[in-house]
Design a protein around this ligand. Structure first.
Ligand code: C2E
Ligand code: MG
Ligand code: MG
Length: 862
């Protein structure tokens, strides 16, 4: 893992609330951990070292001079034992001490059993000094007390209960137990002749002056044997107690091995009280300590969130060392702070915060990875699996050794009908929302299917812009797939409501089944190859979908070998078309920029144009079909119609290759060429034909040409070159083509009329527009679709439609051309309706330029 980049992380001041809250939690856990460690004694060794080090670095300080110790050492104990511990030894000591006139004698000896010597001892206890006697309790709380006469003889009694910490060190003593002060407290009170010292804290923390050896000490035996001058005890506080090894050892920072004795603890307490330098324990334990640990933990964690990693290390060092220095400084002021627990809080807060950073980094990376995965595998608009993910599912399904083994499946390829028109009419935003709504409806259907498809619910994906694919598992036969396609079809019966607008949509569905034997035969797969390649199954479904489109949309089609052959034939046609147009390189399917640039560059120079014309003249022809005025019965103009003279297949109808040319973008080249040819021809007729100056030329314009940004300039150039009167050129746009790009069309049509051209709407009546919609567009002519004219003789309805269209068009200021007139009855009927012009086989089929010239010269009248 590369941590380097973390080091450069900027100060994260914008950390979210949740993040901070998590850090607080981390800090609290760190505090809890440290407290737990401390409670379990895990930190004791550290704390012991710290305590010892603090005293060592402070150094030795002389014991208070007023304290003198008479030590019951090994020799004294031997003596006492030899005399059966009789109290005469103590009497002897006290009498010797009395000679020196000490101020106070403190006996750290528990005289619990009464003896016959007690009255004598009691007397000795009050000679020339005040005495203080030790009291102790056993574990059951039973007190060990001296005989009453002794108790009366002493000035005070003091308890000798010492508290050893878990680490073996004695740090403090309780000032009072059961109304009995600590021995040291009692001694100082007696010495100062004060009944009680100023208010003492609940625990007296010993400020060890120096090692036990530095305390002025005389051997018990030396004293009673008279080897010590009693004057040394004058006005002193004389402590009498055991120092022999093994008796009440007390470990002090200065006496670890061997330890001091509890008499030294009392001596130290007396020293501290006299010098008034007891230690103050700074929040060592208890609620305040716990609170402070929590604050320290949380503070460290929060600080971690605001700084870079390198600074984090510095922060830990700073806090830990800072605390160490603070503890030392405080100790100089006689305040004792714990060292290890706060440092452990800091370190564990740092460790937890680092861990949290790491985890949250991992989580962020994971999140980003998930997001990227999601973005690459799911469609952002609909949330459905996208093409890539669908293909993965399909691959697994199609793999006979894979997860689903020999399971059969079907692929349904759905393509929305006329979705482009919806985008164009209602805007892309509505289009997007429609897609989302359709996806949702399909998804709801999938959700209801999970019961039917026991093994696996179908996989629905958005495959392309308006394409959806469905992978259906466990499809027993093609009928099952058909039933589902019908169900899907029925989902489109009710409308979609978007922005309070009702939109109807339909879908063309292609079906391919993994066990489609026809397909297998066509693809020439071996008999044992039970499963098709995923790509080919999908392609088959797509081919079937196109078939459904061709058959009239809003339906399904099943893939079969014919379709495959059709598709191959179409592919061949496309190759041939490119060849014929001289654009052998592959263009994207839509008229993208690359097509435009290719076209632009190909039309850039005259040379290129001429070269282009030469190429196109090889296989393409322009035929002319006369348009006749129904009032005069004379030819008033021609419609230019393209023909393809295929070297192998012969004459190919534009119905077959124009859609392909539109799809491949080649139409722009072809369309421009037709325009040039037709205009040149018309110019020639204007010059050569006697009455020809009024002749008009109608040229078809495809929707793809409407998208050509320089269309107006191209037309203007042609008009200029041919010196044609613009009003003699009429451009024809089919109703459906117009509606597919209506937003583009409006301004373009405006520009075209500004050139002085005429505009005609072709194949009117079979599209989706209404006359009302057209009235704002600058059309001069309306061409009734030939299907109406054809049915006029058979259907009353068609007759009425034609009549209505003629009337309404006239009301909108447009003249009307009727297409497909084949019979005289049709002609007279149209004349009755006041239809202005007619076109059809009755007058003439589309013919080449020579035949058309012959026709013009004949000047026929119908
Ligand atoms: P369209 O523009 O509606 O042209 C009229 C079509 O009807 C022509 O078919 C014509 O031959 C046919 N027709 C005319 N009178 C009759 C009749 O009495 N009976 C019958 N059955 N048919 C008749 P064609 O030439 O095959 O053209 C088909 C379509 O191809 C055209 O329909 C037009 O949409 C398109 N097209 C043809 N040439 C061009 C072109 O240069 N550019 C573009 N963009 N489209 C073209
Ligand atoms: Mg036409
Ligand atoms: Mg037409």
């Amino acid at each position: 893992m590369n941590w380097q980049f973390l080091g450069n992380r900027p100060h994260n001041q914008g950390e979210g609330f949740q993040n901070r809250w998590r850090r607080c939690l981390g800090g609290s856990v760190a505090a809890l951990l440290a407290i737990a460690f401390q409670s379990l004694g895990l930190l004791d060794p550290l704390e012991r070292l710290a305590y010892i080090a603090l005293f060592q670095q402070r150094g030795h300080r002389a014991w208070d001079e007023r304290i003198v110790l008479v030590a019951i050492d090994q020799a004294a104990i031997a003596e006492l034992e030899a005399n059966n511990w009789d109290r005469q030894q103590y009497v002897k000591l006290l009498e010797t001490l009395a000679l020196g006139q000490p101020q106070v004698v403190v006996l750290n000896i528990v005289l619990q059993k009464p003896t016959p010597d007690d009255p004598e001892l009691a007397q000795a206890l009050q000679k020339n000094f005040a005495s203080v006697l030790a009291v102790a309790w056993n574990q059951d709380g039973q007190i060990f007390q001296a005989a009453p006469e002794i108790r009366q003889a002493v000035a005070a009694q003091g308890h000798i209960v010492k508290q050893e910490d878990r680490d073996g060190l004695t740090r403090h003593i309780v000032p009072e137990i059961n109304a009995t002060p600590a021995l040291g407290v009692a001694a100082v009170e007696t010495y100062l002749q004060q009944s009680s010292l100023k208010k003492l804290p609940s625990s007296l923390w010993i400020n060890w002056p120096s090692s036990a050896a530095d305390l002025t000490t005389y051997s018990f035996k030396d004293v009673i044997d008279g080897r010590i001058d009693p004057a040394v005890f004058r006005h002193k506080i004389v402590l009498v107690g055991t120092t022999a090894v093994g008796f009440a050892p007390v470990q002090t920072p200065f006496d670890l091995e061997p330890p001091a004795s509890d008499i030294h603890l009392h001596a130290a307490l007396i020293d501290n009280l006299l010098q008034d330098n007891l230690l103050l324990a700074g929040t060592y334990r208890g609620a305040i300590a716990v609170l402070l640990y929590f604050l320290l933990g949380v503070g460290t964690s929060l600080a971690f969130g605001c700084i870079a990693v390198r600074s984090q290390i510095a922060l830990v060092l700073l806090l830990s060392c800072g605390w160490g220095v603070a503890v030392i400084a405080a100790f100089q002021a006689q305040i004792l702070f714990p060292l290890s627990t706060p440092i452990v809080v800091i370190l564990s807060a740092a460790a937890i915060a680092t861990l949290q950073d790491r985890l949250s980094l991992d989580a962020t990376l994971q999140q980003q990875e998930n997001l990227i995965n999601h973005q690459t595998l799911y469609d952002s608009l609909t949330g459905l699996p996208n093409r890539a993910l669908f293909m993965q599912y399909l691959k697994i399904a199609a793999d006979p050794t894979g997860l689903y083994g020999a399971m059969t499946f079907a692929v349904l390829f759905l393509d929305l009908d006329r979705f482009k028109a919806i985008n164009a009419h209602r805007g892309h935003q509505i289009g997007d929302r429609l897609l989302a709504a359709i996806a949702q409806r399909l998804q709801q259907w999938v959700a209801t299917q999970s019961n039917h498809f026991v093994d696996r619910p179908p996989i629905l994906a958005r495959f392309g812009s308006d394409e959806f694919t469905l992978l259906l598992y466990n499809i027993a036969d093609i009928d099952a797939a058909i039933a589902i396609a019908q169900e899907i079809d029925s989902l489109f019966v009710s409308s979609f409501v978007i922005d309070a607008q009702e939109i109807f949509s339909s879908v063309s569905i292609g079906i391919a089944w993994s066990h489609n034997t026809t397909a297998r035969e066509t693809l020439d797969l071996p008999a044992l190859a039970t499963f098709d390649q995923p790509e080919s199954i999908l392609r088959n479904a797509e081919i079937a979908m196109y078939q459904a489109k061709v058959q009239g949309k809003a339906r399904y089609a099943i893939f079969n070998s014919n379709l495959h052959q059709n598709a191959i034939a179409l592919l061949q046609l496309e190759t041939d078309l490119r060849q014929a147009v001289g654009q052998n390189q592959t263009f994207p399917l839509t008229s993208s920029t690359s097509v435009k640039t290719a076209i632009a560059s190909s039309t850039a120079t005259t040379f290129n144009l001429e070269h282009q014309d030469l190429l196109l003249n090889r296989e393409f022809r322009v035929y002319y079909q006369p348009i006749v005025s129904l009032t005069t019965g004379k030819i008033m103009g021609f419609e230019a119609l393209i023909r393809w003279q295929h070297p192998q297949r012969g004459l190919i109808s534009p119905v077959e290759f124009i859609p392909l040319a539109e799809e491949t973008g080649l139409i722009t080249i072809l369309g421009e060429w037709v325009l040039r040819q037709a205009c040149e021809q018309l110019a020639q007729w204007h010059q050569e034909i006697l009455y020809g100056s009024q002749l008009m030329m109608t040229v078809n314009l495809s929707p793809a040409q409407l998208k050509q940004p320089d269309l107006t300039e191209i037309i203007a150039k042609i008009l200029q070159k041919t010196q044609l009167d613009p009003s003699k050129l009429k451009l024809e746009i089919t109703e459906s083509g117009l509606m597919d790009s209506i937003d583009l069309a409006v301004s373009l049509l405006q520009r075209l009329t500004q050139l002085g051209l005429q505009l005609s709407i072709d194949d009117f009546g079979i599209g989706y527009s209404s006359l009302g919609r057209l009235q704002h567009l600058p059309f001069n002519t309306l061409k009734i679709d030939q299907s109406f004219v054809r049915w006029m003789g058979f259907e009353q309805e068609s007759l009425e439609i034609v009549q209505t269209i003629v009337t309404l068009a006239h009301n909108l200021g447009m003249n009307v051309v009727a297409e497909g007139i084949e019979a005289l009855e049709q002609l007279s009927q149209l004349r009755e309706f006041n239809c202005d012009y007619g076109q059809g086989y009755l007058f003439s089929r589309p013919v080449d330029a020579i035949a058309a010239t012959t026709l013009l010269n004949a000047d026929p009248q119908w």
